[in-house]
Design a protein around this ligand. Structure first.
Ligand code: ADP
Ligand code: 5GP
Length: 185
């Protein structure tokens, strides 16, 4: 099974994905995307993302290297390489995707029953703002851009296989563990 995680930025997608990776290091592996945005905080090339230039990104589009890609924010491209799925499956692990909402819907359409799409929902927009500000690694301008986009992203929630409301963290982990348990039966 492949799991696709989507949510407005700051809702807790990375927290959910890291929960699975920490508890099941031999079962899951995160697909590393390409992006044209610069590294943030302690991010490392080849760990969080492959950080590439716009020219390289466009070159890879031409070579048909991406299973999907999006201009997630103005001028910033993000894309999933076909070879990531092959790499992770060859290692005998299940692929986790952390992608934007439109990318997630596209991946689910392409992968069909092989994938479960999971929408991580913030308890409210106010709480989303608090979390983005609390994370302390995103500029005020980017926080406003992300919040402006969140309302639209929330409207895509019904298109997902499963929804996890990330209010109390422990409760959200329990919901996620139940989803993973169900689909590994
Ligand atoms: P995303 O990957 O969706 O952008 P993160 O996982 O980075 O979001 O979470 C955004 C911030 O909110 C982080 O600082 C994280 O520690 C915090 N956070 C995540 N889940 C919760 C929660 N249930 N309650 C409070 N803070 C949370
Ligand atoms: P961030 O800049 O916070 O790391 O990511 C911004 C958004 O881009 C997040 O919603 C993240 O899930 C999304 N994203 C990351 N990689 C990809 C990808 O390969 N494809 C798409 N469509 N979105 C991605």
């Amino acid at each position: 099974m492949i799991y696709i995680f989507c949510a407005p930025s700051g809702s807790g997608k990375s927290t959910m994905v890291n929960h699975l990776l920490t508890n099941h290091p031999n079962l899951f592996e995160l697909s590393i995307s390409c992006t044209t945005r610069p590294p943030r905080g302690k991010e490392v090339h080849g760990r969080e993302y492959y950080f590439i230039t716009v020219e390289e990104f466009q070159d890879r589009i031409k070579r048909d290297d991406f299973i999907e890609y999006e201009q997630v924010y103005e001028g910033l491209y993000y894309g999933t390489l076909k070879e990531e799925i092959a790499r992770i499956e060859a290692a005998g692990r299940q692929v986790l995707f952390d992608v934007d909402v439109k990318g997630g819907i596209n991946l689910k359409r392409i992968l069909g029953d092989k994938a479960t799409s999971i929408f991580i929902c913030p308890p409210s927009i106010d709480e989303l703002r608090r979390r983005l500000e609390g994370r302390g690694d995103t500029s005020p301008e980017m926080i406003e851009k992300r919040l402006a986009k969140a309302e639209e992203e929330l409207s895509y929630k019904p298109q997902f296989d499963r929804v996890v409301v990330n209010d109390d963290l422990h409760h959200a982990f329990t919901q996620l563990d139940a989803i993973i348990g169900e689909s590994t039966k």
